[in-house]
Design a protein around this ligand. Structure first.
Ligand code: SAM
Length: 478
């Protein structure tokens, strides 16, 4: 396949660019465009070789788009006009203007792109802006599919339900039967890209019960897994290895190496891997079995029991999260002091009742929004570092009684000390990047503040989910 010329609109920190890389499609981002200077600083840092423009998308012209000879447009237009908590001004919102302008240009192009991918929040699907998008795409003879998907469906312990549209221009056709309905599952043709792997450790393999759950026989076959694989392995190979212990060094293979190995497979004998490879990062309070003695099993059972009481779990996603990788694989492995800066202050601990508290052995976090670090309720999960069952039990009972008394924050020092014993901290930007499946070599500029990083990540997307959609979009045209 020839190299796709991609225009990345509303590029933010480059989530789409990362997804293109993960998809292993041959591509070149010929131009990225965003008006946010902080986002652009992060984008330039991550992709110094990519041309980036700070112009408003509403200033683009038909002539420019034609001259650029674009094959694909990927974009996440501003979502505020469609969010559940916003005013839902939709087409009347000034922030939709640039997107509507782009839609007005498409039918007038001589060189209309062949592929389009749009990402937005849940809510977009019932907007007038969406209706205009569909109308325009039909006028331009696009075949299309809309989806509502969350990373939880991909084995990733993070809830982020998003609207996606993939469209390709006739005579190009999808490799699956499209429907006017909004899909909330992945067509079977994409199932081979869904599984993830844990990275192999030197001389030994990684053990994870939950990893097994998303590896179907088919995906194992298509991945061509062998016990001697140098990249990753699955739990089927690892049963003899539960006593591997902490002292086994984690492999230092870089995500680029992993990617190139995955990519090189893509062109060979139909073995299209593209698995998400989760770096194995075990925290000191790891919940993997076999780490210690059998008493750990009871301990973690107890931690889970009380831990679930401190969650804000939506019932509709509970089942999905059972299939996900343990959260601990997404956490940074650092000296305890490193996390001091992320500890919650006593003032923040007072928001205990509305927090979504997660222990590393759980399999779901709530969506991290751009308000993370500012707001507690619904803005993202909080990590509980303690593994002291008594401390967790006390906090769980305290939560129950506070709810019963309808006392949300009128607490004295004793109550605060119960909550403090949970050792609660924020996720680090790196950990949120891991949950969003940004590659390990993705980094922010050093002078970006933590709050700025949270804001940018909250606006971004799940790289793995988009990479699967990109493959679904282009599959069959190679
Ligand atoms: C939802 S975020 C996209 C995030 C991006 N996909 C990422 O991975 O970070 C929307 C982005 O659109 C940008 N934006 C909003 N209005 C714009 C306009 N008129 N022209 C260019 N960029 C705009 C914002 O600065 C923001 O970064």
């Amino acid at each position: 396949m020839r190299t796709l010329r991609v225009l990345e609109l509303y590029s933010g920190i480059g989530g789409m660019h990362c997804a293109l890389t993960e998809s292993c499609l041959p591509f070149e981002v010929i131009l990225a465009i965003d008006i946010n200077t902080t986002a652009n600083k992060a984008y330039r840092h991550a992709f110094p070789a990519t041309k980036l423009s700070e112009c408003g998308i509403e200033t683009l012209t038909e002539k420019q788009l034609d001259e650029w000879k674009i094959d694909m447009i990927v974009m996440s237009p501003p979502c505020q006009p469609f969010t559940r908590v916003g005013k839902k001004l939709d087409t009347e919102d000034l922030r939709t203007k640039s997107f509507l302008h782009l839609l007005s240009l498409l039918p007038r192009l001589t060189n209309c792109p062949s592929y389009i991918l749009v990402e937005n929040v849940k809510g977009f699907e019932s907007s007038q802006t969406r209706d205009r998008l569909i109308e325009t795409l039909h006028t331009c003879r696009f075949n299309l599919q809309e989806c509502l998907l969350t990373p939880l469906q991909f084995g990733i312990p993070n809830s982020r339900l998003r609207y996606y549209l993939i469209a390709k221009r006739a005579p190009l056709k999808f490799c699956f039967k499209t429907t006017e309905k909004i899909l909330d599952t992945i067509p079977s043709c994409a199932s081979r890209w869904l599984s993830y792997k844990l990275r192999k450790r030197h001389g030994s393999s990684t053990v994870s019960g939950s990893a097994e759950t998303t590896l179907t026989t088919d995906t194992k076959k298509s991945a061509g897994i062998t016990p001697s694989s140098t990249v990753a392995t699955d739990t089927a190979d690892t049963s003899a290895n539960t006593s591997g212990g902490n002292d086994v060094p984690i492999t230092t293979i870089s995500s680029n190496e992993l990617l190139s190995q995955n990519c090189s497979n893509i062109s060979g004998e139909g073995d299209k891997k593209g698995h998400l490879v989760v770096p194995e990062m075990l925290s000191s309070n790891s919940c993997l079995p076999g780490r210690d003695e059998s008493e750990n099993t009871d301990k973690y059972r107890a931690l889970l029991k009380y831990g679930h009481n401190m969650r804000q779990l939506e019932t509709d996603v509970r089942k999905l999260s059972e299939e996900c990788v343990n959260l601990e694989h997404f956490l940074e492995q650092r000296e305890p002091d490193y996390f001091n800066a992320y500890n919650l202050t006593d003032k923040e601990l007072r928001r205990f009742i509305v927090m979504d508290i997660v222990h590393p052995c759980l399999t779901k976090t709530i969506c991290f929004t751009k308000r993370y670090g500012h707001f507690m309720e619904g803005a993202g999960s909080i990590v509980q570092m303690t593994t002291d069952v008594e401390a967790v039990k006390r906090a769980s009972e305290f939560k129950d009684s506070a709810m019963e008394l309808q006392n949300r924050d009128e607490w004295g020092t004793e109550e605060i000390s119960i909550i403090r014993a949970l050792q609660l901290r924020y996720f680090t930007p790196r950990e949120i990047s891991n949950l969003l499946c940004f590659p390990q070599n993705y980094s922010f500029p050093e002078d970006l503040s933590r709050i700025q990083a949270y804001r940018l990540l909250g606006n971004s997307l799940n790289v793995h989910v988009v990479s699967v959609l990109l493959r679904m979009l282009v599959e069959g045209d190679t």
